[in-house]
Design a protein around this ligand. Structure first.
Ligand code: SF4
Length: 348
């Protein structure tokens, strides 16, 4: 089995090729050429053709196959459909940062699994079921392929596509490391976000390992009964256990913890929901990240303007913590949060 360079950190590239005479400097050149251009470094004064011939025999550059790409005419979000090692397909989204037109850049929303086992009621990926974990290189290459297809730089990565990242912990953290390394995509660790539905052992491990990435925990309701209906993970890792792990994470990082809240009208956007959240966190410094639910079936609806304003007022009164509203774009191309399921909108 050849060493797949996009699966390896800089150190691992060196370790796996050192027996061929590859020194750390050449390992860095190999990784930079493979990640940034998808090819081996050209022969030159510092790149021995004799050693590179051996490297080509023992290592390989894996590539995802791009099957489809669609760009939203409404907001410029782009959705990519890929195939990797097997037959399973998965999607990634290129998110334009629209607030600074003079300094255009992108964030890539990466899938960590094909499908997802978590079964969140408001998410199309959850309805697909679980197919398989993606390898680290399959995540790295989503970002590489999208960068190669883009006129502006990718400056951020969010592991918020298909799948539960903390159930594919090793590969996700390996991919994050490769994407952040100077010879990888050189994306700042602070600009890499890993999202979880609430996998407590994964949060504890992430905390213990002091990973430099941002963690976002999807809470969505502070009422255990409501949360269990929306997010079955609540049965396995109940809210009190989850919040204990979140507190431990805060104690290590001393940073505000971002809690994501998928807003569903009449379900989790009432005054009592704001009160319950305040009681749950008991002063823990958080940022609440509000996202409109995206449900093409119409079963779940986002709050109206009036409901949203009332909910924000209630949060101001009861919670008193920063609240942001995340724009979840690409709805028209099924690229928004909760819509990744290898589907296209029905023709109207
Ligand atoms: Fe899985 Fe995330 Fe969808 Fe829940 S919201 S089913 S964790 S992809």
């Amino acid at each position: 089995m050849p060493a797949l360079i996009k699966n390896l950190t800089t150190e691992q590239v060196h370790e796996s090729l050192a027996h061929l005479g590859v020194k750390p400097r050449l390992a860095r050149q190999i990784q930079a050429a493979v990640i940034k251009r998808g090819e081996w470094p050209p022969d030159g004064p510092e790149v021995s053709s004799r050693i590179m011939a051996k490297v080509r025999q023992e290592a390989a550059i894996p590539h995802l196959t791009l099957l489809d790409k669609v760009v939203s005419p409404a907001d410029g979000f782009a959705k990519y459909l890929f195939r990797g090692e097997g037959d399973d397909v998965f999607e990634a989204v290129r998110i334009p940062l629209l607030h600074r037109p003079e300094d255009q850049k992108y964030v890539v929303c990466v899938s960590s699994q094909a499908g997802c086992a978590m079964g969140c009621a408001f998410c199309l990926t959850g309805q697909m079921g679980f197919r398989r974990n993606l390898a680290a290189w399959e995540m790295v290459d989503q970002a590489c392929k999208i960068q190669a297809d883009s006129a502006h730089p990718v400056r951020g990565i969010v592991f918020m596509g298909m799948g539960e990242p903390l159930l594919n912990y090793e590969a996700v953290l390996c991919a994050a490391r490769i994407l952040s390394e100077p010879c990888g995509m050189a994306i700042s660790g602070k600009a890499i976000t890993i999202s979880t539905a609430g996998i407590v052992p994964g949060i504890r491990r992430f905390t213990a390992e002091r990973r430099p990435y941002k963690l976002v925990i999807s809470l969505t309701s502070a009422d255990p009964v409501v949360r269990q209906e929306l997010m079955p993970v609540e049965k396995t890792y109940p809210m009190n256990e989850l919040m204990q792990a979140v507190r431990e994470y805060h104690e290590f990082t001393r940073q505000r913890v971002t809690l994501a809240w998928t807003m569903i009208a009449g379900v989790n956007t009432r005054e009592q929901d704001a009160k319950q959240l305040a009681e749950l966190i008991q002063g823990l410094p958080i940022i609440l990240d509000l996202i409109d639910v995206n449900d093409p079936s119409g079963r779940f609806k986002p709050p109206s303007r009036e409901e949203l304003d009332a909910f924000r007022d209630a949060l101001r009164v009861h919670l008193g913590m920063p609240v942001i509203r995340r724009y979840s774009g690409g709805q028209d191309i099924y690229a928004a949060c909760g819509m990744l399921a290898v589907r296209k909108p029905e023709a109207s």
